[in-house]
Design a protein around this ligand. Structure first.
Ligand SMILES: N[C@@H](CCC(=O)N[C@@H](CS)C(=O)NCC(=O)O)C(=O)O
Length: 217
């Protein structure tokens, strides 16, 4: 399998399936493209019908959306381990993942993922505060409910943790602290060896997206 991703420092969607595949030790070749560089348009057209990363190529089967990639891999190679096994719990995990996939636009706009950047500060508007509070509440209540089963949101590692992994980097870059169990979860994910690997790789990248370099003091 090939997983085509963008710049590790900036491509939040790329992180999600990469983390899922790396965590489950699936055998894949990582193809990193430098987004928006002169060769980008031509390179991405070779792999992705949508022109976006990430994209998975599994022996000619092309899947071009982060959550669809994770779900396919879960069904095809992991006996559905990507989601909680209980049907009702799975439905709730999917609702959370869909909320992340389609939502939190205020945070995403004001706080671009910029993995290697630290101590950035932005103005926390009421709309941004509301979205952060929603995530804080959701993480706290999931951790309270599934604490006995493990350290991830639903106890065991699921696709939902991958969906939220870029949010962990955003909160780190822009100094957003959460409350109680949500904060513990944030720190647990940030310290995970695979997240640390991703940070190290981001630091080695040389490209800079000016529009994502926000929040400088
Ligand atoms: N819904 C897509 C979104 C993918 C996406 O927005 N990718 C961005 C990078 S993080 C991209 O490829 N941008 C290229 C462009 O804007 O030309 C997914 O979940 O995979």
């Amino acid at each position: 399998m090939k997983l085509v991703i963008g710049n590790k420092n900036y491509s939040s969607w790329s992180l999600r399936p990469w983390l899922f595949m790396a965590y489950h030790q699936l055998d894949f070749e990582e193809i990193r493209l430098a987004m928006f560089e002169p060769a980008w348009e031509e390179q991405i057209q070779q792999y992705s019908p949508s022109g976006f990363v990430p994209v998975l190529d599994d022996q000619g089967l092309i899947i071009w959306d982060s959550i669809a990639i994770c779900e396919y891999l879960s069904e095809q190679y992991l006996q559905d381990k990507g989601w909680p096994q209980d049907i009702k719990t799975r439905a709730r995990a999917r609702a959370c993942a869909a909320e992340m996939h389609a939502g939190f636009s205020q945070i995403r706009t004001a706080m671009p993922m910029n993995v290697r950047a630290e101590n950035r500060r932005i103005e926390i508007t009421p709309a941004i505060r509301k979205e952060i509070a929603r995530i804080d509440t959701q993480w706290n209540s999931l951790r309270a409910e599934f604490r006995e089963q493990g350290e991830w949101l639903f106890g065991e590692f699921t696709i939902l943790d991958c969906m939220y992994a870029p949010m962990v980097f955003r909160f780190n870059t822009y100094g957003i602290n959460l409350t109680q169990a949500a904060e513990e979860y944030r720190q647990f994910v940030l310290a995970h060896p695979l997240m640390q690997d991703w940070i190290q790789a981001s630091r080695l990248e040389t490209e800079t997206f000016e529009r994502s370099e926000t929040g400088l003091k």
